[in-house]
Design a protein around this ligand. Structure first.
Ligand code: ZN
Length: 275
């Protein structure tokens, strides 16, 4: 289940209090966390699959392995606070206590900030694991406190021309209807990479929102964006609406909603306010 390559990254001799597991496959990441927990909690320190600890991990009932999953594509501050309270209590059966936050990029900014406090002073027995498809999707302040573990073949969204995407979104944000609709063709090229395209749009809009509301360059995934951000005249409230729409579009893709119509909805939402 868990390759030695992954184990070497985890660093079994020298465990970290916080990990970022980067994987495109949510279920695989979950299995790796379970295998990691089993190696730590198993009575023989190898996943024997038959001791009480191994059985409880497999059943999802081990009291010292806590898992948080997004609800409706969101992990709220309440979930993070509940996790922090739980983590402050010593482990019941194992020597360590593991918290796994799944699809951690769904934590809203306040939730990420709440988590940051725990990451700064974790209990000695505590291990916090965040899993997500791309480490860039989380605040750099969190990233810098976690040991990065790449699991399996992590597809990088490098196939998407970010500069061109930014131009397209700037045209739409500034109400340039003609230019924006020409860009539908640009989107067509990524029809088979829907999730990567949505991720890139999301990263850009989040950067734009952070820069427009805080003026802070260090929080951006693309620090170079700060110089170009003024060109996009979208207001923060509108950026938030488009980010919410992206959540809807992502759900739609799971139900096979038409790709082109979905991308047009995003463009229309961006065009609306400014035109
Ligand atoms: Zn065991």
């Amino acid at each position: 289940m868990m390759s030695e390559h992954v184990f070497a990254q985890i660093g079994t001799e020298n465990l970290s209090h916080a990990y970022l597991f980067e994987s495109m496959d949510t279920e695989h990441a979950r299995a790796v966390v379970d295998a990691f927990a089993a190696r730590l909690f198993c009575k023989d320190k190898v996943p024997c699959k038959s001791c009480p600890a191994c059985i409880k991990i497999a059943a999802g009932t081990h009291p010292d392995l806590m898992r948080i999953r997004p609800e409706k594509d969101s992990i709220g501050i309440d979930a993070v606070r509940a996790m922090t309270r739980n983590l402050s209590l010593a482990p019941l059966e194992a020597e360590k206590k593991i918290v796994h936050i799944e699809s951690a990029h769904f934590m809203r900014i306040p939730a990420q900030n709440a988590l940051l406090k725990t990451l700064e002073e974790p209990p000695l027995y505590g291990i916090i694991i965040l899993s997500l498809s791309n480490a860039k999707r989380i605040l750099p302040t969190i990233r810098s406190r976690c040991r990065l573990v790449r699991i399996g073949e992590t597809k990088r969204p490098a196939t998407i021309d970010r500069r061109l995407l930014e131009e397209v979104l700037t045209d739409a944000g500034n109400g340039n209807v003609d230019a924006a609709f020409k860009s539908v063709k640009f989107f067509q090229d990524y029809k088979d990479h829907k999730e990567e395209l949505l991720q890139e749009i999301e990263l850009y809009l989040r950067d734009l929102l952070i820069f427009k509301t805080t003026g802070e360059k260090t929080l951006l995934t693309d620090p170079g964006l700060s110089e170009r951000a003024e060109q996009n005249r979208m207001e923060p409230a509108q950026i938030i609406r488009v980010l919410d729409l992206l959540v809807e579009v992502r759900e739609g893709f799971r139900r096979n909603v038409n790709f082109q119509l979905s991308m047009e909805r995003i463009l229309i939402e961006m065009l609306e306010e400014s035109s």
